[in-house]
Design a protein around this ligand. Structure first.
Ligand SMILES: NC(=O)c1ccc[n+]([C@@H]2O[C@H](COP(=O)([O-])OP(=O)(O)OC[C@H]3O[C@@H](n4cnc5c(N)ncnc54)[C@H](O)[C@@H]3O)[C@@H](O)[C@H]2O)c1
Length: 245
């Protein structure tokens, strides 16, 4: 029997990238998958979804509707994957207060809104939450202080809510490293891309499926004794600087 048969899972940011790969993997493990995304058109192309919900996850009404709509359709919730995110690569002096607020809204406030609304339903099923943080929360990688600050908040939120919601609901996170989703490599040839990946200890950039595997594991019964953890999915990128010898 499939690990997620009869389970209902919500994945935000499911229209593309890591969210889409995660939705597909949950569906192939037997879950009923609800996908939420700002981009309703792209969401419509994800055939594996049992329900598609639009809206901005940082908006309280929209976030609540994602949980309420799921419960209205399926009557239960077993896992919530907070994945929707947006990245602002900019020197700090150029970040406007509005851009700061937008980064914090999508990348941190939305997690609070969705988890708080989902908690009663998750507590009923013994469910769990998986938050998508980032290696950027743990190491400097490039100038994106609003993004890194929000992701550091996601790790703190994961730890605190894991303690507050135990034993009813487990709360974990993944911290992806360089994953080939953001268009950074779109202009590269396969050889250039392979060359780019060689700078990382495991010798390649990550694929969305690398992160999806970790998310589905943390949401599964195999992770029943894991809560409050942030699992790096980075190819070892954060381990240190390249050896001199
Ligand atoms: N790709 C990487 O290298 C990387 C590294 C570390 C962390 N992450 C994190 O992984 C998650 C997914 O990233 P990705 O690379 O798949 O990105 P992506 O841009 O490919 O996909 C993100 C999805 O989220 C949706 N989204 C954005 N803002 C939204 C909002 N306000 N409301 C609802 N939906 C919204 C987008 O429409 C998009 O479909 C993000 O939280 C990101 O910060 C990515």
């Amino acid at each position: 029997m499939s690990a997620f048969a009869d389970k209902v899972v919500v994945v935000t940011g499911a229209a593309r990238g890591i969210g889409r790969a995660t939705a597909v993997e949950f569906a192939s493990a037997g879950a009923t998958v609800v996908g939420a995304d700002l981009d309703s058109e792209a969401l419509g192309e994800v055939g594996e979804l049992a329900l598609r919900l639009g809206g901005d996850v940082g908006d309280a009404d929209d976030a609540h509707q994602i949980i309420d709509g799921t419960l209205a359709a399926f009557g239960r919730l077993d896992a919530l994957v907070n994945n929707a995110g947006t990245w602002l690569l900019k020197p700090t002096a150029q970040i406007t207060p509005e851009e700061w607020d937008d980064q914090l809204s999508t990348n941190l406030r939305s997690f609070f809104l969705l988890i708080r609304r989902a908690y009663p339903a998750l507590a009923e099923t013994g469910g769990n939450v998986v938050n998508v943080a980032s290696m950027a929360a743990m190491r400097f990688t490039t100038p994106h202080v609003a993004y890194a600050s929000a992701k550091a908040g996601v790790i703190a939120m994961t730890r605190d809510l894991a303690a507050e919601y135990a034993p009813e609901v487990r709360v974990n996170a993944v911290a992806p490293g360089p994953i080939d989703t953001m268009g950074l490599t779109a202009a590269m040839t396969p050889a250039e891309k392979a060359d780019f990946g060689r700078r990382y200890p495991l010798g390649r950039m990550g694929e969305p499926e690398d992160v999806a595997h970790a998310i589905v594991f943390l949401a599964s019964p195999q992770a029943a004794y894991i809560t409050g953890a942030t699992l790096p999915v980075t190819g070892g990128t954060e381990l240190g600087v390249p050896s001199l010898f």
